[in-house]
Design a protein around this ligand. Sequence first.
Ligand code: B1M
Length: 645
Amino acid sequence: MKMAELKIFSGGTQTVIHAEPGRRIADVLRANGFGIISPCGGRGVCGKCAVILNGNISSPAPAEQKAGIRLACQAVLEGDAEVILPREEVMEGIELGGGALIPAAPMDGTYGAAVDIGTTTIAMNLYDLRTGNCLARCGIPNPQISVGADVMSRIGASMSGASGVLQAQVTGAVNTLLVQSCSLADIDISRVESMTAAGNTTMLYLLTGRDPTALSRAPFNADHLFDETLTLCGRNTYLPRCMHAFVGADITCAVLASGMCDKKGTALLCDVGTNGEIALWKNGELLVTSTAAGPAFEGAGISCGCGSVRGAIDRVCFSGGKLIVHVIGEEDARGVCGSGLIDAVAAALDSGMVDETGCMAQDFYELAPAVRLLPGDIRAVQLAKAAVAAGIETLLEEADADIDDIDDFYIAGGFGSHMNLESAAAIGLFPENLTNRAASIGNAALTGAAQMLLDRGTQQQGRKIAQDILEKGLIDGMNVIGGKFKNNEVFVPEVLVAARAMNQGAALLKTLLAEEGVKASGKVCIGTVQGDLHDIGKNLVKMMLEGKGLEVIDLGTDVAPEVFVETAKKEGCHIIALSSLLTTTMGVMADVVKAVDDAGIHDKVKIIVGGAPVTEEFSQRIGADAYAPDAASAADKAIELCLNA
Ligand code: B1M
């Protein structure tokens, strides 16, 4: 096929490339390194990839006819042609957070970088790990915006085969930031050995090239929650723990940076972005949620919306009967960014241009000669603000609290730091009487990531939360089920459903629960004794043993004494671990001890027993070597026995 010649005019330079006819202009441009944004994922609805086209190009598609402009995502190259790109936009005011921190137990190396991978922007701080000084701060737009503004479009793109491209885009951006920050700080890039990377769960999936299918459909459970150190961009990179498919490591870091969990009272944290993430701390408990605010606050999905670039209206007020607008760079207004949009809607309410239902008095609402808000834009703001407000209300209701109980209100995130709180309250984004307790904490996700870089101890805090979830959530929950089962309020099928949920929950917490403490070598065979089918507690013990570095042979449930003995002999086990949940099966534990004695191996193999009806006194009576009341102490006992063997 004859290749077509495409002349590309961008920022005063001309580039000539050759491409196969039949390809979309946006694809050709991207393949040749030209950044074209498509917040709508290339569906031709957002108008953000407008270009000027001449030559052999397909006739305007319906979306282009409707918009009255040529769109790179719709137009197809048919032969020789030329394309004029809009001038490149530089994001102003990406919130970089930062400042010096006190290093406690820093990650390895002399220098380290903390990075926040936001859906819209990526920000990095470079630190001297010896002093805690912040040496450089920089940020760039997330290049993945080329496939869509929101996480769902990116998940969709990844599932359709673009996973490699998305990963390359984000790692490329992180590498660019490393180069920029090292050049600002005048240090050799090879001396940056460690990184921490915060981001929502989707961003971390895409960064690590994981398949995000589990995040794309009900029940929206992430199959991986991170809290691990991997090699990324050639550096030892710690990825903090995500809490859920849509409550990511960015909120974990923001919660850490806010210090809200150290407070005695009640505190609310809100990170308003494409995903509105909200955390409520009350009575020592943390409740979190995330809401799909959509890209309106980032300037996308709004007819004249844009990022916080030069020419963007970022402040609006209604004073003396007229609208006063401020434009970034003090030049002619070309669009409106998130903070300007909230102000504009608040001013429209104030001036009566829009009523409280969002209905406009005229067909459009003019902010500047080229910048008008349309009824659909007001609806998009209503949707976004309603999502965040509903998230706050839901958490308050769940915690049985109300607005007046909140002592501190933290607003995190780049956009949150720039918005006018009074305008936000006026449009109902936050309750009005919260503004006097509000504090903007900037890019708290980045600050939290930096804290984790400079103090590994903070990385452990996620583990403490996991321990609480296990003990106060899952095991307590099983006890409730047990009580109801006993009282004939629930029956075997319901108990089985609860057991499955417990097992899956425990499996998710596995990496967190199992990593601490002394590690030892040793082999254990574990099982629930003959006649007993309960395996949840036994599985927890197994998980903890593995976490301590022991090799575990799981014999399952209903295991006969001779199977324990044969396995221990054949596999050279150091420990036999027995679990029993029924008073009627406890006696089998004594049979196992006797079988081990009879086989003449008790000097080489030690026996640990446990399970709800088992006691220390029972353990001694039957001649077992150790008793443990719970899984964590069973693992400690096993380590002790292995070290003393
Ligand atoms: Co059953 N069940 N169950 N059950 N069941 C109990 C145990 C019971 C107390 C419920 C009740 O009536 N209140 C009762 C036992 C009463 C008794 O013996 N005194 C009971 C009964 C009667 C029965 C059946 C007979 C019911 C029937 O069919 N009529 C039947 C027996 C089946 C059999 O085993 N042959 C039966 C069946 C079942 C299900 C299959 C429906 C299901 C088990 C599913 C499964 O395990 N895959 C089930 C469940 C889930 C329970 C309850 C509700 C929950 C148990 C549990 O998983 N707890 C339980 C009531 C309760 O405990 N509240 C009950 C959570 C788990 C993390 O705790 O296992 O105790 P646990 O583990 C703890 C510690 O004990 C320790 O560590 C863990 C904490 O970290 N630990 C060890 C455990 N093993 C250890 C080993 C160690 C050290 C520590 O060293 C090696």
